[in-house]
Design a binder for this molecule. Structure first.
Ligand code: KIV
Length: 275
């Protein structure tokens, strides 16, 4: 069944957990979709995972559209959310609506996600007013990595916790239909989830959120540059891939690949006439 913003709302009301995974290409999106995961996030984490950048800052709207469109072609039932990259919405409300519109028109996604609280509420209001559903993102917002000075848990002090609660209420009020909470203490994320009528999707924010999201390459142990504490390896696909690549390399070198069953035939008569 097709997942929509209405599905998210109904799942929150019924207390059903929402599952979300990232994808950045057609084939992975198809697998995630066929597994029945509710939603696919084309995260700007593609900067790290797909493009080998140190952080998400260099990712462009073009990158998001290129990968987002491929994911949308592979996802039949999952609700696809595409990240708005750094500086595609912070400069002005007009910029934000234009870029969100481009992302939706050129990828066929169902929603966009952007990072920030009260400071981006005018953007959230304007984008939703243009009929583009918005997922907000609070806590550790990787586009602010230089301002944070590192990947750290957010909202631990009284002041920071109060600000996080105020930001969560503000993005809901501005029209966001869901909220990603990243690297937030579990008790605080649970409190926020209870306060809001929109679902919270946690990553490193404990079990009290209304749903969970993970970077697919992290949960499959395919990405080894860094491994956050909140990741569980659901399969060791990285090692399985490496072993298969080793076996391929050996088979090419000892000429056992390609075997006769992998080759195309031609009549001997044709070959004979070539000489
Ligand atoms: O870019 C991304 O993958 C994200 C998730 C970590 C929530 O924003």
């Amino acid at each position: 069944m097709k997942n929509t913003v209405a599905t998210f709302k109904a799942m929150k009301e019924k207390g059903e957990k929402i599952s979300m995974l990232t994808s950045y290409d057609y084939s992975t999106a198809k697998l995630v979709d066929e597994a029945g995961v509710n939603s696919i996030l084309v995260g700007d984490s593609l900067g790290n995972v797909m493009l080998g950048y140190e952080n998400t800052i260099p990712v462009t709207v073009e990158d998001m559209i290129h990968h987002g469109a491929a994911v949308c072609r592979g996802a039949k039932n999952a609700l696809v959310v595409v990240d708005m990259p750094f500086l595609s919405y912070q400069v002005s409300v007009e910029d934000a609506v234009r870029n969100a519109g481009r992302i939706m028109k050129e990828t066929n996604c169902a929603a966009v996600k952007l990072e920030g609280g009260q400071e981006v509420c005018p953007q959230i209001k304007a984008i939703t007013a243009a009929s583009i559903p918005v997922v907000a993102h609070l806590g550790l917002t990787p586009q602010s990595i230089n301002a944070f000075g590192g990947y750290k848990v957010q909202g631990k002090s009284l002041e920071a916790a109060k600000k996080l609660i105020a930001d969560a209420k503000a993005v809901e009020e501005a029209g966001a239909f869901a909220l990603t909470l990243e690297c937030v203490p579990a008790k605080l994320a649970e409190m926020i989830s209870k306060e809001l009528t929109i679902p919270t999707i946690g990553i490193g924010a404990g079990n009290g959120c209304d749903g969970q999201v993970l970077v697919y390459a992290d949960m499959l142990a395919m990405f080894s540059d860094f491994r956050p504490k909140f990741v569980r390896n659901f399969a060791n696909i990285g090692e399985i891939m490496k072993q298969a690549f080793r076996e391929y390399d050996a088979a090419v070198k000892d000429s056992s690949f390609p075997a006769p069953e992998h080759t195309y035939k031609i009549d001997d008569e044709v070959i004979d006439k070539l000489y």
